[in-house]
Design a protein around this ligand. Sequence first.
Ligand code: ADP
Length: 629
Amino acid sequence: MDWRLTDKQTFWLKRILRMGFAIGVSVVLTQFSFHFLESLTYDLRVQFQPKSPTSGQVETVAIDTDTITELDRAPTIKDHNTFLEELLKLNPRFVVYLIDPQEIEGSPEERQAFAETAERFNSLYYAANMLPAKGREEEMRLPAPLNSIPVYAGPRTSDQNIFAKDNVTRRFIFSYEGVPTLHPIIASTYNKLELAEDYQGLFPFLETLQGYIDFRPPGTYKAHSFINIANGKIPAGEFEGKVVFIGKDTTDNSVDYIRTPYSKDILSMTTLEMHANIMDTLIENSAPIPTPPWHNMLITAIISIITLYVVLTVRPGQGLLILISTVVLFTLISYIAFSQFDIWIAMAHPLLAIFIFYYFFIPYRLIMENRRSWEYYQRNRLLTQVEELKSNFLRMMSHDLKTPLARIQGMADVVLSERQTLTEKQTQALENINRSSEELAQFIASILNLGRIESKDIKLQLKSKDINTLLTDVIYQLDFHARKKDITIISEFEPLFSVKVDEDLLRQVFSNLIENAIKYSPEGSKVLVSTEEINGRVVIQVADQGIGVPEIEVNNIFTKFYRSAEAKNSGIKGSGLGLYLAKYFVELHNGSIQVESQIHQGSTFTVEIPMDLDGSHPQPHQLKELKHV
Ligand code: ADP
């Protein structure tokens, strides 16, 4: 049985492994809490969400700097008594003292009077900043004569040793060991919710049930000045049926203030306003709802898979764009869920997942790509070396063949010069030797030229020359070949100025074109060689009525060693180098060579050479840039 995988299977296996890896990392990642980052994204959402409406049922009264200035001291228990008497007229539903009545200065009689006034309220409580254990509520009781004032737990929390550990208040305590704190007790009067299950966003933590405060920006609950009420300056009806919190705002004690998601400033908000916020969070039942852990794990896994895919497969620029869009979209969804539906989607893990995958896998990808390009480089170098070896070999061989070949030709000529002593067969054989030697000599010349081109060893030897004369010469030399095939070469030359060209190279170019025209044409046909001058360029055309080149091959015939299928099949000999060299030589003259051809109809090769080549011809070091095939 063959256990090797097909390409398609490897492709999918790779993808599945990657996906599994991304999920695995997400699962591990979500086992750790990143409270600080989580709180940061939470705070940003709190800050940028539209302000939640207030219930209008919560009022605050502060012993503020105005009060201290006017009284010239902190209010005594006697001042509080006066204050309560005025407050009584305003008929609030609940009055909650955040100040410990025991700590207010005054004589026992005045304290007694205060306690009696307090008793005249329906519900006047003292909210202690503590959480008594079940059954130990007694410890919170106020001593006589204040013992008629009920005390409830109204603790403030801050992330000191747990969660974000940044001292910011984000949570409230709903109940401890099943006993509700002050806020839910009061809230139920307004929202008629009795059970903890009726409230959204509550979560158990140790022995408590807690929730996150739906904060309104600081200053939303503007505190009334204690002194104004004591002086009876508050309009009637202002507190009617409401909850009134009484606290301090004198900036002399940090206990009276909290840090909030809006600001980590130590005086970000008064404790008084915090209680108002907790109250409204409960009355309006608008505590943010944290999503369950499996939800967080799922989102983290999806985002991890996307990031890993992008980092390993997509082009870097595009990948970055996809990742940025993913982050933006995820942030937008989290923001809308929070501000519109009170749903708090955890953002820390998904964002960290993107960060981790990006920073660990980009270097990995770079290493892989580097290795791949190194391999390409090595392979390319090897190919270049092989190519060089091949050329060197051909050059050396051709060079070494030249001398013995010349000798063979010479010897054949010597024997042929004594024709009369030879039989006809012998003469034919010798002529055959001569022809083949000539072909071989031409091939060797081409190979040597190729070598010169590849080693960039060609320098133009420019001399003034009349192209027409050059062509006449070439035609004369090839006339013998033409005549053998009964081909007529017609020349149509326009008188031309002399042009500075490399005579040797151009002779090779024209020889090759006319020789090809003869080679690839049927017997008795015509070859037309024409010249003219157009816009400062000499235009030479060689047209034949030969076998032509099929359209799909036209672009290839100037390539090294290329021969059309038709040429190969017809048994006509050739090396496939002539046109390659011709194109190269013409381009050395800043010229161009083109062909128009129709199969079985004929071909026309057009060479154009600029007349003012002088000084503008490319120098050897420029040869590289020439676009030869
Ligand atoms: P070769 O030695 O094969 O003639 P060339 O480089 O001169 O090499 O030409 C390349 C190929 O272009 C030839 O093999 C032939 O297929 C095609 N070709 C060149 N000239 C002509 C022509 N006048 N008519 C038809 N085909 C031609």
